[in-house]
Design a protein around this ligand. Structure first.
Ligand code: DON
Length: 317
């Protein structure tokens, strides 16, 4: 029944075991058959549909990993939350949000009709807003991208993270819709630079990492921008409130409302098959399974998160 689907609300979360994560992963492994690997960026279509990984970083930085833990994939739209952090650090919140909205959405990630109506992107989680956000990071050429890459390396503590040049090239040569948005925003006076700025967006989407790295990103924004190992040089509660609120209302695109109802946690998906989840004040979760549902979110990934959230009563609500 409805009531037995959810655990009883408790203040503390019980320690999660690897065995629990494993059994959730096995239960949901076959959901990949209900999704489809993204192939609108041709290089992404080469991913192994059966790959699956599930990671949790608990309070105090304890890391749990099950499944294909070494499998790397591109972060894609998950990079948008890191870019937003840097753009807001440099321009202030008003300097970013006078150019785009805080709106939730009933539209897919590449929707951009607002550029014709209000003239501004709906929010920084959808492509138009994200392309604009990256253009607001200072520096010539690929400098803004390198700032995003450095921040991803810092948050994960993983200096080996690079971007996948084949995915980048593939995205650059086929991303005409994103290029169209870029020039519409330039026409609207929102973007002032040249196409290097769009390339920076393509590069940030091509940053390659693991489910564990995603869990650490989720942990960082769940804990006032304090890193999993306690490093607090970027500590900023206002920043994480902003990022988490955008993740909650638009991080899963047009599925965000239903996702808030079922999972109830700020999350950000990418078409590479990853999802980063923040359990505020508690933990970060990272999942990976490349087959996507009709909204562009990992099909098996969603079901793993849903089961974990129900089993440990992680929903905010
Ligand atoms: O711009 C694009 O189309 C991709 N690089 C990123 C889109 C994405 O990840 C949407 N998420 N589900």
């Amino acid at each position: 029944s409805f009531n037995t689907m959810y655990a009883q609300k408790t203040a503390e979360i019980p320690t999660i075991s690897e065995k629990t994560l494993s059994s959730i992963l096995e239960k949901n492994r076959t959901y990949y058959t209900q999704g489809k690997v993204a192939d609108y960026i041709p290089e992404l279509g080469k991913m192994d549909a059966k790959a699956i990984a599930f990671s949790v970083v608990e309070k105090n930085g304890r890391v749990l990993n099950v499944g294909d833990v070494y499998k790397k994939f591109t972060m894609q739209s998950i990079s948008k939350i890191v870019a937003l952090m840097i753009a807001v650090k440099e321009n202030g919140e008003a300097g970013v949000f006078d150019k785009m909205g805080y709106f939730g959405t009933d539209q897919p990630f590449n929707h951009f009709s607002n550029l014709e109506t209000t003239g501004k992107p709906l929010n920084p989680m959808m492509n138009a807003g994200a392309i604009l956000t990256t253009s607001l990071i200072s520096g010539e050429g690929e400098k803004p991208f390198l700032k995003i890459l450095d921040m991803v390396r810092y948050i994960t503590g993983n200096q080996t993270i690079e971007y996948n040049t084949s995915v980048y090239q593939s995205e650059k040569s086929t991303g005409h819709r994103n290029r169209g948005m870029f020039y519409l925003m330039k026409n609207n006076g929102l973007i002032s630079g040249n196409e290097d700025q769009l390339d920076n967006y393509f590069k940030q989407c091509s940053i390659e990492l693991t489910a564990e790295d995603l869990a650490k990103i989720g942990y960082f924004f769940a804990n006032d921008c304090i890193r999993f190992d306690g490093d607090d040089r970027y500590k900023n509660a206002e920043m994480s409130r902003l990022i988490l609120s955008q993740m909650l209302i638009a991080g899963m695109y047009e599925f965000s409302g239903e996702y808030a109802r079922t999972v109830g946690l700020p999350s950000k998906s990418g078409v590479g098959g990853g999802i980063t989840v923040s359990v505020p004040g508690k933990m970060g979760i990272g999942v990976f399974s490349p087959a996507l549902d009709k909204h562009g979110n990992s099909a098996a990934g969603y079901h793993m998160i849903l089961d974990l959230a129900r089993q440990y009563d992680l929903s905010l609500f």
